[in-house]
Design a protein around this ligand. Structure first.
Ligand SMILES: *[C@@H]1O[C@H](CO)[C@@H](O)[C@H](O)[C@H]1NC(C)=O
Ligand SMILES: *[C@@H]1O[C@H](CO)[C@@H](O)[C@H](O)[C@H]1NC(C)=O
Ligand SMILES: *[C@@H]1O[C@H](CO)[C@@H](O)[C@H](O)[C@H]1NC(C)=O
Ligand SMILES: *[C@@H]1O[C@H](CO)[C@@H](O)[C@H](O)[C@H]1NC(C)=O
Length: 957
């Protein structure tokens, strides 16, 4: 994944291992340790001899009462005995109801009454009876009273006269109210954003097994992302160490309220702990490709394979088990009297946390993707008898639900998942967007997580929304980011529901939280509103969703059809060029012959001709098919596996068409989700960067030689000017990279009349000549508004040079990335420069994206709004290939939150027509590249039913 490829250490992706660098440090550490051990050993011997001498040489009558006959401090032995009691305490989930006040409550915060809300309690309204069907889970009209950091009342109507006189009143105006969203897998704070090398405290890479380190020691309370995440309604996160280590260390549950501005007493990490009493502890473990790649060194240390990883786990658990038994034996003996006790309680800080795991005091969260990883870890849990709270990144869990149920104990682990992020490494290659539904069908709990900054946790609710789209029942989807993670964290009596006695973490949303593009309008943490003046978008609340049962009928594959067909029931046509008739008020039919639309309208003749081959679509929407511009589709199958990848060009120059590899999983999925054309360039360094010329091709083609498979051999000439350019080739600095590009273009202007030698027709200088002749677009991957400014200056110089030489064209510039493009939107519009936003909603992962706009309730616009307002031709791209499933929905987010800037056609243009406009290409035909949705493409509960893929077939699902 681009966010992590560039930036070790990685969480889901494989860290760019610099194991060789660390080998020296490791050896030094081993040497140091053996030296230390020797010193400690000698000291111990001297001490033991001294104690023996004291016991022999001093008559017992002269011993002080503080010292036993064995020379041990009585006081300390008593402390040890008290520690025994603690060691054998089994934590329980802390209570919610029955508290007078939340231990996190800060005196002086006023009580609050939220009136007129539509409340999702998080439980069946009439008890558990009909809970299984989900029918008893409903939205209710209620007022909610918060006091002392707790939800005190949830009632149909609460009389103000019954409440304290200083109560604050918030009118929800009928909008949806849920408990705060919980992210059970985050690296917020330990990997602060924007990424700066020195602020990354995610993984302790000095050793593979580090149960003794704690994420709390690396959490940066000033991490801006803590605030961005909260603006998405996420009030609680489990901050885990990274997954580079088999045992990564302890994790902590925090709430997203920091310092006085958020109603806290002070800026402190401890102040953020969700449970100040720390009833439960948490530990991160990880199996699979990361540890062996990061830590293994041939002949020196493991693990080099999953075999070695299991041994790392087993020998570690064995060691901890031995220590635990020594403690238990000591405690048993000491409980009979301290007189005969010859040693103190054996404790070792280094193994304390792991022993606590074996004692059942620590919730284990383990990152395991594949069947072999899951099964091995289930085996460890049984061999050493500890439960597992959740398997994270459990991509293949849906294939083996029964294996998960074999986990030790009677409480099978939950599966912490992404809705549809996959393919970034071999472990993530096999996965299903329907995993959540399958797991739920088998009685296992799916939980959606962000792995922030892998995904932007701000949009965690969108993961749950997509899970619903992919077949998970509506109430289970909401639970997957509220009550389910709360329960797994052992905080299920306090978090995740809107009930008296729960912590008052509340979100009021501008629409149903599972709709596309829903934003919070206010967020409360422990009863304190987090925004004084939140931005509320001007959009109507359309009512809560009625769960669409049809989403549960999933079709994993689409059926290809080449016979003539008619699709009836089309109520909207979002492809202007396909239909020139009257407006969209009646329903239409769409007739298709050999994959091409032959009629849109009544189509009586076609209906009569096709006989049985009529398919009725409910509330059908016809759109052009989508184009993915700027991904690695067609050049890659598994992002981090070199053998499946075209590779990275660096300073070498190449053409995408020469690396095209078709009929991959990614492309089959692209086609199924309506992305029938792609324009891809070779990578510069990692995914999301570009160098060379891009190729335009059909995602449904089997080989590049199929008729029409490649519709444009060289679409645009690509360079990258993001942070990755520094230090590659001859460009140590950003300024040198900009300068090099300027020189190349000016040289092309100078040599414009020398037509290239036949042998150099496909060389970089030849394509540069096309650029300065206005015959080909120059596409630059860049985020920083500063670098974009420099680039506009380059364009000015080059355009000037062209005119000095008598030319009358200007170069056509396109920007890919554009996280900060909104800051120079007007200049871009003036210069006729188009922008492909990738990602569409940047969250300042890298320094050059740090001025990204997070959107409501923090800002009144996002990049797409500003660009559209300024008249910049804008498209939505995908900085990682898995986003191909979501292109339609991302256009939907832009549409739903555009406050009328975009109409539906304008939103479809973002992922179709605008790509061609900005590149200066003729708009392609849509009659054989189209999608028919059941429902609106911009609504969460629509389904793709028909895709015309441009190869003479349609695919029906
Ligand atoms: C808040 O801080 C003050 C000192 O600034 C302290 O006296 C008080 O106990 C603190 N309250 C809580 C709940 O931490
Ligand atoms: C509740 O909100 C609805 C929708 O905005 C409004 O019509 C109604 O008057 C409100 N009721 C109260 C008691 O504020
Ligand atoms: C394309 O790939 C799919 C899935 O791997 C496979 O079933 C199909 O046979 C392939 N098509 C061709 C023509 O090889
Ligand atoms: C958004 O807010 C900024 C400053 O807060 C203001 O200048 C601008 O006019 C607002 N834009 C819109 C579209 O409301």
């Amino acid at each position: 994944m681009s966010t992590t490829d560039k930036l070790p250490p990685l969480y889901t992706a494989l860290p760019g291992s610099n194991a060789t660098l660390r080998a020296g440090a490791w050896r030094r550490m081993l040497r140091r340790r053996s030296y230390e051990l020797r010193v400690i050993g000698v000291a111990c011997l001297i001490y033991i001899a001294y104690v023996q001498w004291r016991i022999i040489s001093i008559p017992s009558s002269t011993l002080s009462p503080e010292i036993t006959v064995h020379g041990l401090s009585t006081k300390r032995l008593e402390e040890d005995l008290a520690t025994c009691a603690k060691l054998h305490t089994k934590p329980a989930d802390p209570i919610g109801f029955g508290r007078k006040r939340n231990a996190r409550y800060i005196d002086g915060q006023k009580p609050t009454l939220i009136v007129n809300a539509t409340v999702w309690v998080g439980e069946p309204v009439n008890g558990a009876a009909a809970a299984a069907t989900g029918e008893e889970y409903v939205w209710i009209k209620a007022d909610v009273f918060l006091e002392h950091g707790l939800i005190q009342r949830v009632d149909g109507s609460i009389d103000l006269a019954d409440l304290p006189s200083d109560v604050l009143v918030y009118n929800a105006a009928g909008r949806p109210l849920t408990s705060g969203i919980i992210d059970m897998h985050s690296h917020v704070g330990v990997h602060a954003l924007p990424t700066i090398h020195s602020n990354d405290d995610t993984s302790e890479l000095s050793a593979n097994i580090t149960p003794f380190v704690r994420s709390i020691d690396g959490i940066q309370p000033t991490d801006h992302q803590i605030q961005v995440i909260k603006s998405g309604g996420v009030t609680t996160s489990l901050v885990l160490p990274g997954s580079s280590n088999n045992i990564g260390g302890e994790a902590y549950v925090i709430k997203h309220a920091v310092g006085r501005a958020d109603g806290r007493n002070e800026t402190s990490i401890v102040d953020m702990l969700a449970d100040p009493d720390r009833a439960w502890r948490y530990m991160k473990m990880a199996c699979g490709e990361n540890a062996k790649h990061v830590h293994g060194k041939i002949g020196e240390r493991g693990p080099m394979s999953r075999l070695g990883e299991s041994w790392e786990f087993r020998q570690t658990f064995e060691h901890a088990t031995k220590l635990m038994r020594q403690q238990d034996d000591w405690c048993a003996a000491a409980s009979l009297g301290l007189g005969n006790i010859k040693t103190h309680l054996p404790v070792e800080l280094k193994w304390e946390a792991l022993i606590a795991v074996l004692r059942g005091q620590v919730h284990v969260h383990t990152h395991c993707y594949t069947i072999k990883d899951l099964e091995a870890f289930v085996d460890h849990s049984n061999e050493f008898q500890f439960p597992i709270r959740a398997f994270h990144h459990a991509h293949q869990a849906y294939l083996v639900p029964e294996v998960l149920k074999r986990t030790w104990g009677d409480d099978p682990p939950a599966a912490a998942l992404f809705a549809d992020n996959m393919w970034y490494k071999a472990e993530a290659h096999i996965g299903s967007e329907y995993a959540g539904k399958y797991l739920n069908d088998h009685g296992l709990v799916p939980i959606y997580v962000s792995d922030n900054p892998v995904l932007n946790a701000q949009h965690l609710i969108f993961e749950a929304a997509k899970a619903y789209r992919y077949g998970l029942p509506y109430h289970v989807a909401i639970a997957s980011v509220t009550s389910a993670p709360a329960e797994r964290l052992g905080l299920g009596r306090r978090l995740g529901k809107v009930k008296p006695g729960f912590d008052a973490d509340i979100v009021v949303w501008d629409d149903d939280p599972l709709r596309v593009g829903t934003n919070p309008v206010q967020v409360w943490v422990d009863g304190t509103a987090q925004y004084e003046d939140p931005v509320e978008l001007n959009k109507p609340f359309r009512g809560t969703l009625i769960p669409n049962q049809r989403l549960a009928d999933i079709a994993e594959t689409a059926v290809p059809v080449s016979v003539d067909m008619v699709f009836t029931g089309i109520s909207k046509i979002l492809a202007p060029s396909l239909y020139a008739g009257p407006d969209d008020s009646e329903t239409f039919s769409v007739a298709v012959s050999r994959g091409k639309i032959t009629c849109v309208g009544r189509c009586d003749k076609e209906v009569a001709a096709v006989g049985e081959s009529v398919v009725h679509i409910q509330n059908g929407h016809l759109t052009p098919a989508f184009t993915a511009f700027g991904s690695t589709l067609g050049l890659n199958e598994i992002d981090s596996e070199a053998v499946t990848d075209n590779g990275a060009d660096g300073t070498a120059f190449s053409r995408g068409v020469d690396g095209l590899a078709l009929n991959t999983t990614k492309l089959l999925v692209a086609r199924r989700y309506g992305v029938t054309r792609a324009i891809s360039a070779p990578k510069f360094t990692v995914g999301g960067t570009h160098h060379g010329t891009s190729v335009g091709f059909l995602t449904a083609a089997t080989t590049a030689l199929d008729k029409g498979a490649v519709f444009n051999r060289d679409v645009a000439l690509h360079y990258t000017l993001d942070l990755s350019v520094k230090g590659v080739g001859n460009t140590p600095s950003m300024s040198s990279a900009v300068g090099e590009l300027r020189d190349k273009l000016l040289q092309a202007v100078e040599s414009r009349n020398n037509s290239p030698l036949v042998t150099l027709r496909y060389s970089e200088p030849a394509f540069l000549q096309k650029v300065v002749a206005g015959k080909m677009a120059l596409a630059i991957t860049v985020h920083s508004a500063d670098t974009i400014s420099s680039l506009l200056d380059v364009k000015t110089s080059v355009d000037e040079a062209i005119s000095i030489f008598g030319g009358d064209v200007k170069i056509r510039l396109v920007i890919i990335g554009g996280a900060e493009a909104h800051l120079v939107a007007r200049n871009l519009a003036e210069a006729g420069v188009g922008v492909v936003l990738a990602p569409m909603q940047s969250y300042a992962v890298s320094w050059d994206q740090r001025r990204a706009l997070p959107g409501a309730p923090l800002t009144n616009t996002t990049a797409v709004d500003v660009l559209v307002d300024s008249g910049v031709v804008t498209a939505v791209g995908l900085e990682e290939d898995w986003i191909v499933r979501d292109l339609g929905l991302l256009a939907g987010v832009a549409y739903q939150n555009s406050e009328g800037r975009l109409d539906e056609r304008g939103a479809v243009d973002l992922i179709s027509r605008n790509v061609y406009t900005m590149l200066g290409l003729e708009e392609p035909g849509w009659d054989d590249h189209f999608v028919i949705y059941e429902g609106s493409p911009f609504e969460i509960d629509s389904k793709i039913r028909v895709v015309g893929d441009g190869t003479g077939q349609v695919h029906i699902s």
